[in-house]
Design a protein around this ligand. Structure first.
Ligand SMILES: Nc1ncnc2c1ncn2[C@@H]1O[C@H](COP(=O)(O)OP(=O)(O)O)[C@@H](O)[C@H]1O
Ligand SMILES: [Mg+2]
Length: 395
């Protein structure tokens, strides 16, 4: 008996049964506390299964970070496609992260490459790509449900043309088979006021708002994930409750899962076979709800390099703000360190504004000093040293 236990323990590679179940891209087979919202999606898009081609459907999913917007859309996409397949309907779901694919060209390229990985997109204009998409869908008699994730980020930066183009592609043709439906996903919805009146009213009438999770909902979500990711009995009840309570302040499931993962890592590093509240406290001390690993993972290389410049600058000098000039100078040094070619001044400006719109940094103008106004940049929420450490592991 004792020998069995001994050998069983020896065989255990870690407390994690499957760490990938805690990764950003994993979509669980069910989403507790989002059943009602899933029903709304089914009702909204049912017609794609019942009368494919008769109508184009659009919906906007909104809600703060970690409320399950992305997961809900992806799960729904999977479910509707498998039902379509069962019914012999050629429906495809494509999930686009508009923070990564941040121009119309890149979005359309991604869609075309989904259908044909060898499609030569170079040298094409967005209009030509749209036309190619239409031809592809028509010739395959395919229907497309596109989810445009981080759409607020995209529209604020590149404007709403992409939305119009995708909508008009089929709607303007008389009696055309409607092949494209849309799910927009956005953290905030202030930008929709900028849309033309018809798109605006469609989205206003079809907005699905996901509320923040409370502690008991987060606990259910965590418990489900613990079963998938950890060996049985390796995460204490107390630890789960503590994580749920901490993350409930933001209602953020993503933050709770990150705390769980890190707490597991702490336990593992200490050679413990159980995740305890102390591991959660340790995890919390080095995780920040706004600037988490996932947010940083989403950032392109030069955004990260710039952010690293800011973090270093702020850590080293005793000021609350760094000037644009200081950051740019240090950014050049860091680029050299990492063997990257520094981007030009205008690009750097754009990146700084991107970082601001993600909520990672704050920008303000100094009062009229000796040399007129300068741009001052700060890190509102996270200690520079934590940010620097995180970035170094990613770069
Ligand atoms: N109801 C839920 N049940 C299980 N996991 C969830 C639920 N809601 C969110 N998650 C998980 O929390 C994390 C964050 O969710 P996500 O969809 O990325 O949030 P958002 O896109 O709103 O920022 C993901 O790992 C997701 O799988
Ligand atoms: Mg998301």
């Amino acid at each position: 008996m004792s020998k069995d236990v001994f050998e069983e323990e020896l065989k255990k590679p870690s407390i994690f049964k499957d760490e990938s179940k805690l990764s950003i891209d994993y979509v669980p087979p069910s989403l507790p506390h989002r059943e009602k919202e899933l029903r709304v999606l089914v009702r909204n898009f049912k017609i794609l299964l019942e009368k494919p081609g008769s109508k184009s459907c659009k919906i906007l999913i909104s809600g703060s970070v970690g409320t399950g917007k992305t997961a809900l859309a992806k799960l729904f996409g999977k479910l509707i496609c498998s039902e379509a397949q069962r019914r012999g309907i050629n429906l495809h779901y494509i999930h686009i992260n508009c923070r990564r694919d941040k121009t119309e060209f890149l979005v359309l390229k991604r869609v075309l490459h989904y259908f044909n990985p060898n499609f030569p997109t170079r040298g094409f204009s967005p209009e030509e790509l749209l036309f190619a998409l239409q031809k592809t869908l028509d010739s395959r008699e395919a229907f497309l449900l596109i989810a445009l994730d981080e759409l607020d980020f995209y529209v604020k930066r590149s404007g709403p043309e992409l939305l119009y183009d995708l909508t008009r592609l089929y709607e303007e043709k008389l009696n055309a088979v409607q092949r494209i439906s849309l799910i927009g996903i956005a953290k905030d919805t202030s930008w929709i006021a900028l849309l033309d009146s018809s798109t605006l009213s469609t989205l206003q009438q079809n907005t699905l708002f996901l509320a923040r999770y409370n502690a008991s909902q987060l606990k259910d979500i965590l418990e489900m994930r613990v079963k998938e990711a950890f060996y049985e009995g390796t995460v204490s009840e107390e630890a789960i409750s503590l994580i749920a309570d901490i993350a409930a302040e933001w209602g953020d499931a993503r933050y709770s899962l990150e705390l769980l993962w890190r707490a597991g890592k702490y336990a593992e590093a200490e050679g413990e076979f159980r995740v305890l509240p102390e591991h959660v406290r340790l995890a919390k001390a080095e995780t920040h709800p706004v600037i988490r690993r996932e947010v940083l993972l989403d950032l392109p290389q030069h955004h990260r390099l710039l952010l690293l410049a800011l973090a270093r600058k702020l850590r080293k000098n005793e000021k609350a703000y760094a000037t644009m000039g200081e950051i740019e100078e240090l950014y050049h040094v860091i680029c050299e360190e990492y063997g990257e070619k520094p981007r030009g001044h205008t690009q750097i400006w754009n990146y700084i504004h991107d970082l601001e719109s993600c909520g990672i940094i704050n920008i303000k103008l100094s009062g009229s000093g000796i040399r007129g106004k300068t741009t001052l940049i700060s890190l509102p929420d996270v200690p520079a040293s934590i940010l620097e450490k995180e970035l170094m592991t990613l770069l």
